[in-house]
Design a protein around this ligand. Structure first.
Ligand code: BDR
Ligand code: CA
Length: 313
């Protein structure tokens, strides 16, 4: 079977970095048409730089990386240096990237690619705030029916919030963009905190990356060493949740995950619950289903997949 064509929209971030490595390690299944950077964990200049650092680490400097929106649709950017460090990729020292940033704006790349490809040919993988994707949908509504699927990391239901008591970071940063995406009519698969908080690193899982004896293996181990201190302190959990790699793992091995088709609406008004993903998990409204909301993962299988793929570098 031909590889599935994907665009990865991202704000790297250590967990975004692992997701990108997982995709680039899987060319038989995934053809990465481009990586589109968005402002999120850190400002755009850093996410665009980090995306290229990761491609070079993967030995794929020909990957096309585009810079997109530097701020949410209507709000001031909120960043997460408290989780990811000043650079967004704090932990190991990595050289500045040599590969160029593409000249085209990420939003134009998304629009042009979807228009050029057959309907249903391209899947969008969203690992950060949804600003680039929402802007593309607003500017070119004709692309919505051409997208095969949007698979995104964002939101929460039972786990509620990580940046406010009720909101997950990616949705909170740009709730208006999330509302556009959740209303666009394209099939959506959502990896909320409910599932990503089950994809936790442990000492043996991190050691498996370190034992690879390769640069990418060492980087993944050191990134997670850095990144996990935040969740350990906050949740008392054993390790770090690898949020964004769940998106790519879903494309490679959907059988690792389970969830429900539900209606999800985004809170864009309330100061108290801004960015909340109001998921009708129990079907108590007659609002139409618009998303497959994932709730569980086979964590052992997930880490086995990650280790096998990252071990290919
Ligand atoms: C999400 O926010 C970011 O900090 C991570 O990269 C992930 O995409 C988790 O809430
Ligand atoms: Ca991210």
């Amino acid at each position: 079977m031909a590889a599935r064509k994907i665009i990865i929209d991202t704000d790297p971030g250590q967990d975004d970095a692992v997701a990108i490595l997982l995709a680039l390690a899987s060319p038989a299944e995934l053809e990465v048409l481009g990586i589109t950077a968005v402002a999120g964990n850190v400002p755009l200049a850093l996410t665009a730089k980090n995306a290229r650092i990761i491609c070079e680490l993967a030995g794929k400097p020909d990957t096309k990386v585009f810079a997109g929106c530097d701020a949410p649709l209507t709000r001031k950017l909120v960043t997460a240096e408290h989780v990811h460090g000043k650079t967004g990729l704090d932990g190991p020292q990595l050289p500045a990237p040599q590969m160029p940033l593409q000249e085209q704006h990420a939003v134009d790349f998304i629009i042009d690619t979807l228009r050029a490809e057959d309907a249903g040919a391209v899947t969008l993988c969203a690992l950060g705030p949804l600003t680039n994707i929402a802007t593309a949908l607003q500017r070119a509504p004709d692309i919505a029916p051409k997208i095969a699927e949007i698979v995104l990391m964002g939101g929460a239901y039972f786990e509620v919030g990580n940046i406010t008591p009720t909101a997950e970071f990616n949705i909170y940063v740009d709730p208006e963009a999330a509302a556009v995406v959740f209303k666009c009519g394209t099939p959506l698969t959502v990896m909320p905190l409910d599932v990503t908080h089950k994809a936790l690193t442990t000492a043996p899982r991190v050691q498996a990356f370190r034992d690879m004896g390769t640069e990418p293996g060492r980087m993944v181990a050191e990134w997670t060493d850095f990144f996990e201190r935040f969740d350990k302190e906050k949740y008392g959990s054993e390790g770090a949740p690898l949020h964004d790699p769940c998106v790519i793992a879903w494309l490679l091995q959907p059988g690792l995950f389970s969830g429900r088709k539900v209606n999800v609406e985004i809170e864009t008004q309330s100061a108290l619950t801004l960015g909340m993903t109001v998921a009708d998990w129990w079907g108590v409204t007659d609002r139409a289903e618009n998303a497959l909301f994932i709730g569980d993962v086979d964590a052992e299988g997930f880490f086995a997949l990650l280790t096998e793929r990252i071990g290919r570098f």
